[in-house]
Design a protein around this ligand. Structure first.
Ligand SMILES: *[C@@H]1O[C@H](CO)[C@@H](O)[C@H](O)[C@H]1NC(C)=O
Ligand SMILES: *[C@@H]1O[C@H](CO)[C@@H](O)[C@H](O)[C@H]1NC(C)=O
Length: 217
């Protein structure tokens, strides 16, 4: 191979890596997920397009939905991803609705496959995200109704309702299936547990502190 071919090869390999880091582009107008198909593909197999109708592209009443925010953190997330909304299959996009009780928190978490753009529909939220090592920069803002904030792909972020009223936000996410890793649940509530010796070292505290935190998850 001449150096030029090598260079072209390297460029192509780099491009395909970049492409693979996102939801693949659709190769047809739509591919409504057929949740009953036994075919295993990246995403879901398509429902017969002749059987698709306008209802496959509609989700009714997202804003007025009743959820229960009485839990340890005081928030409730409805992930309107391909699981709940099969019409999103192959389209590289989804939505989340987040409701917060007074002072409720959507605890630190990240989405391995998506950037998120959050819009405050009601209330006041303190939001933030943290960059990767070694800087671990913390970007934070107080958002009012109508404000929009970006959480870059795969970075740890959170939102907290900093008011006595209820708060509501809508998020757009750049994947049909963004995935969620909630830090506290992953670290302290894994199945089976990570050894308290490991976590005591990682967090620089006594094992008893780790045992106590683990017992909460
Ligand atoms: C969110 O609300 C729904 C509907 O009330 C409820 O079924 C679900 O358990 C709630 N989730 C949490 C984490 O509290
Ligand atoms: C909300 O969830 C809590 C905790 O699970 C439960 O005690 C309460 O009855 C639920 N509220 C409603 C309205 O379902």
């Amino acid at each position: 191979m001449t150096p030029r071919f090598l260079l072209v090869g390297l460029l192509l390999a780099t491009c395909s890596l970049i492409v693979m880091a996102f939801d693949p582009s659709p190769l047809q107008d739509f591919c409504v997920a057929d949740r009953n198909s036994k075919v295993l593909v990246n995403g879901f197999a398509c429902k017969d397009p002749k059987m698709v109708n306008a209802d496959d592209f509609l989700f009714k009443g997202l804003l007025g939905m009743m959820v229960n925010t009485t839990n340890a953190v005081g928030s409730n997330v409805t992930n309107l991803n391909v699981e709940l909304f099969p019409g999103l299959n192959t389209l590289g996009i989804s939505l989340a609705r987040i409701e917060y009780a007074p002072w409720g928190l959507n605890a630190p978490h990240y989405h391995p496959r998506a950037t998120e753009v959050l819009t405050v529909i009601e209330g006041t939220l303190q939001v933030g995200f943290i960059t990767t090592n070694p800087n671990n920069r913390f970007f934070t803002k107080r958002l009012q109704k109508g404000d929009v904030f970006i959480f870059p792909k795969a970075l740890i972020h959170f939102q907290q309702n900093v008011g006595n009223g209820y708060a509501l936000a809508l998020s757009s996410l750049s994947s049909q299936n963004p995935g969620v890793v909630t830090i506290a649940n992953a670290v302290f509530g894994s199945n089976p547990d990570i050894s308290d010796d490991t976590l005591a070292k990682a967090f620089q505290v006594d094992k008893k502190v780790i045992d106590e935190i683990q017992s909460n998850f």
